[in-house]
Design a protein around this ligand. Structure first.
Ligand SMILES: C[S@@+](CC[C@H](N)C(=O)[O-])C[C@H]1O[C@@H](n2cnc3c(N)ncnc32)[C@H](O)[C@@H]1O
Length: 334
């Protein structure tokens, strides 16, 4: 756990006691109390932002102000981790870096040793904490990739290498006419929204996405004026008037572990967002157990695809009990 390593560093007198800290990438349940009260967190994942703000932290998507000390909590994607470290080095010459071994902490230590000085490493609870002092790492800043279809992606966003296979399959099952208001729930960089907006009759397409970087890409990728962008948690997002269609390839990972509960929460959220005659269009890995959530939330569920890897489902007539706001707390997943 981050806090156990930070506590060791603090108790050993390694952390500056009166510093104003900037913390990149802290998540909902990270305990930052070892750093003192004067800190700003840079985080772009909406459920983490909401949870950290609820605990009283100052949370922003871009750093603002001057800082004496920096901490980077490693994200999963290597390029995204490098980007945060490069940003932190600009803020403060010395940067503390914390990550689980599964987040590539060991490889990063090796890479950083060739770019500056790495302190002794505090290893505890399958993770590592160390300080790096070095020069400019601007070559580690994340750059957008432009794909053949003109879309841009940033490192760390879902399917940064191009359209996801499951989403492409789902798009092939969307009907030529989708009259009315459509919600793209967990919209990523906008692949499905671009497909949706090519269907006849769409009056508005709401892209709901928790990852700020992904939504930033979507704003560039989806230029149709019927698109509306919402940096929000899909589980609590509300749409006055309701939707005629919800299209989703729901997330199913928390950190590295599969969590079908998140996909089930997306199904409940979709039922809540839809008008009584509205339809859900969903794709999921075939093994994910969504059937109960679908039949509990919709009167009619139709399996559209028998692809060996993915199931494409259309669900109609959302059930009354689903038309209540979800009372589950947001899961911190990407
Ligand atoms: C499997 S991806 C699909 C992305 C996109 N629709 C596509 O097809 O490429 C799921 C998306 O849901 C987003 N997500 C995860 N949890 C979320 C939440 N609580 N609220 C909104 N979006 C969320 C992820 O950041 C990710 O972009």
């Amino acid at each position: 756990m981050l806090s156990s390593r930070l506590n060791i560093a603090r108790d050993d007198g390694l952390l500056p006691l009166t510093a104003r800290w900037i913390v990149f990438g802290a998540r909902a349940d990270d305990d930052l109390s070892a750093l003192g009260a004067d800190l700003q967190v840079v985080q772009g994942f909406f459920p983490d932002v909401a949870a950290l703000r609820a605990r009283g932290h100052d949370v922003v998507t871009e750093p603002s102000g001057a800082f004496d000390a920096a901490l980077v909590v490693l994200p999963r994607a290597k390029a995204a981790a490098r980007d945060l470290i490069a940003q932190a080095v600009v803020q403060c010459g010395t940067v503390w870096i914390d990550g689980q071994k599964t987040d590539g902490a060991d490889g990063l230590i090796r890479d950083l040793r060739s770019r500056g000085t790495v302190s002794s490493v505090i290893a505890k609870a399958h993770g590592k904490l160390f300080a790096f002092t070095g020069a400019d790492l601007s070559d580690w800043r994340a750059e957008a990739t432009r794909h053949g279809d003109g879309a841009i992606t940033l490192p760390g966003v879902f399917s940064a290498d191009g359209p996801d296979r499951a989403s492409v399959l789902l798009a092939s099952f969307l009907p030529p006419k989708m009259p009315g208001v459509v919600v793209d729930l967990g919209a990523g960089w906008g692949y499905l929204a671009r497909e949706i907006l090519q269907r006849e009759g769409v009056t508005a397409c709401h892209l709901v996405e928790a990852d700020h970087a992904a939504l930033t890409c979507a704003r560039t990728n989806v230029t149709d004026e019927r698109a509306q962008f919402h940096w929000a948690d899909a589980l609590s997002f509300a749409l006055p008037g309701g939707a005629d269609h919800v299209v989703t390839n729901p997330p199913f990972h928390i950190a590295r572990a599969a969590d079908p509960g998140l996909g089930r929460d997306f199904i409940v959220a979709a039922a809540r967002l839809l008008k009584p005659q509205g339809k859900l269009w969903l794709v999921a890995n075939r093994h994910l157990p969504y059937e109960t959530a679908l039949t509990e939330s919709f009167s009619k569920v139709t399996l559209l695809s028998d692809d060996p890897a993915f199931k494409v489902v259309q669900a109609e007539r959302p059930l009354r009990q689903s038309n209540r706001p979800s009372n589950r707390t947001a899961r911190t997943s990407r």
